[in-house]
Design a protein around this ligand. Structure first.
Ligand code: NAP
Length: 473
């Protein structure tokens, strides 16, 4: 792929770069592209242009912009997939899947742009009431800031931008410096599709000058952040008086009960652990399996894991590409070594080469190991044997996270008990924790988030405020 050269944007226009960022393939080390960086002055200018903007497109125009972007992205599916794969190291098939999800985000946002969720309250319904009506209307905010992680370079960005556009709210995006090319290419599609310049700035630059300055800026009305717990909590401390949407890390369990369909359980465990190189906030990060089926399940998962070919992300046969960089792969290797030192056993995988780490099944993992209590962001499948459903639910709820979960069972009472007991944002029965559609409410509690949901419909609420007005009729 030829090297891509892009520049940060203020109000849709390239900045005068104050430096340059080189993006390299995590697999080959080859240069994928360069990005012209923005400065603190650009960050201030982006906020000023957003706040001053008044020519908000109509609902119809917003929907059309999103619809045209969808058509443009569809026509460049393969090109976008290759950019994602090249800069993130994700297998091409994963990158193609991500483009498909982003098309859904655009479609749902285009639909939602047309929908008015205003309500009418008759006031003559109480002894204290009057013959008036109260109406609600949803109004855009003046300026939103979105900060996104590396693991879904396109879809995470679309989940921030498309709802803001549907809402009519100008937004400033600070994408991950590890995967900025996809974000800037997507911004170009939106611009070409008619998005007014002041409605979107995309800034890459030194953290203090750009990301932290935007987070603290008094004229920014909402910060929507997706990323690690540590940075999310830092943002919560520094943002000051503004709305916050925090989508943070996860440590999701897949619970497999003794009444489970084991074929399904193996498929969900492998797909949940290895898709996207295990780098999904909702990847399966702990497999909690009932003691009666543990041995058979483990044997079958080991056999299935061998099918996940790990290697060159751009090779059509590869199912697991690299993780984001070599230090991350070394970290995963260390986490596995720690578990082994504590008594766990690697049954398959575990070898590392540069930023590649093989899909790895680890059995007999003690419940207090780092890979059980914290998030490990890679293709690891740690197995913990549990006594029964109650034990599984205790282990599932025992960490600081509360993003999502999956339960494999054929029993409705067990499923209902799990739904009621698991302290997390989502419970998927007979599905991976990550299962969702792009418009359904999504988000975690505890260290995984503040319980404010995203997903296209909820995100639009985050980028707007509800005004009520009343009329004497
Ligand atoms: P990260 O290190 O927290 O970075 C996320 C973003 O924050 C990047 O754009 C990063 O910029 C920026 N950032 C870094 N320091 C900052 C600061 N002081 N102030 C403001 N922004 C700052 O996360 P990551 O490693 O990219 O992504 C992986 C994490 O994201 C995992 O924990 C994963 O679970 C989580 N995640 C959560 C969800 C969810 O919906 N709950 C979804 C996907 C991922 P730089 O690139 O310049 O460092």
């Amino acid at each position: 792929m030829p090297s891509i050269s892009l520049i940060s944007l203020v109000a849709g226009q390239p900045v005068q770069p104050s430096g340059s960022l080189t993006v390299r393939s995590p697999y080959s080390g080859d240069i994928v592209g360069t990005v012209g960086l923005a400065s603190a002055t650009d960050a201030d200018a982006a906020v000023a242009q957003a706040v001053a903007f008044r020519a908000t497109p109509t609902r119809y125009e917003r929907s059309e912009i999103l619809g045209r972007t969808l058509v443009a992205l569809e026509s460049q599916r393969d090109d976008f997939a290759r950019t994602i794969s090249s800069e993130a190291g994700l297998a091409l098939r994963e990158a193609r899947y991500e483009v498909g999800r982003t098309i859904d985000v655009l479609r749902f946002a285009a639909m939602e742009a047309l929908r008015d969720d205003g309500q009418v309250f008759s006031c003559d319904i109480s002894a204290q009431g009057k013959a008036r009506k109260i109406f609600t209307t949803r109004e855009p905010l003046r300026c939103a800031v979105a900060i996104t992680p590396f693991n879904h370079p396109l879809n995470q960005v679309a989940h921030k931008l498309a709802p803001a556009i549907a809402a009519g709210t100008p937004i400033i995006l600070k994408p991950s410096e590890k995967t900025p090319l996809t974000a800037l290419k997507f911004a170009e599609l939106l611009r070409q599709s008619g998005l007014p310049g002041p409605m979107l700035s995309v800034l890459l630059g030194p953290t203090q000058e750009v990301a932290e300055r935007l987070v603290r800026h008094p004229d920014v009305e909402v910060v929507a952040f997706t990323g690690s717990v540590a940075i999310g909590k830092r943002i919560a401390l520094t943002a000051g008086y503004k709305k916050l949407v925090l989508e943070l890390g996860g440590n999701d369990p897949l619970i497999i009960l003794d009444d489970a369909d084991l074929d399904l359980a193996v498929t969900l465990a492998a797909e949940g652990s290895y898709r996207n190189s295990g780098q999904r906030c909702t990847a399966v990060k702990r497999i909690l399996v009932h003691q009666r089926v543990a041995e058979e399940f483990t044997q079958r998962l080991v056999a299935r894991t061998a099918e996940y070919v790990c290697g060159d992300p751009l090779d059509e046969n590869t199912r697991v590409g690299t993780v984001i960089d070599e230090p991350s792969a070394i970290h995963l290797e260390t986490v596995v070594q720690e578990a082994v030192a504590a008594g766990a056993k690697v049954l398959v995988g575990g070898r590392r080469s540069g930023a590649l780490i093989e899909p790895t099944v680890i059995a007999n993992v003690p419940r207090d190991c780092r890979m059980i209590v914290s998030e490990s962001f890679g293709p690891l499948a740690p197995i913990v044997v549990v006594r029964d459903l109650d034990d599984a639910l205790d282990v599932a709820n025992s960490t600081a996270y509360g993003l999502s979960s999956g339960v494999v069972t054929s029993s409705l009472p067990n499923a209902i008990k799990a739904v009621r007991t698991l302290r997390c944002g989502t419970v998927n029965i007979n599905e991976v924790p990550g299962y969702r559609i792009e418009s359904s409410p999504f988000g975690g509690i505890k260290d995984s988030g503040l319980g404010v949901k995203e997903g296209v419909i909820e995100a639009i609420k985050g980028y707007t405020f509800v005004k009520t007005f009343s009329l004497p009729w």
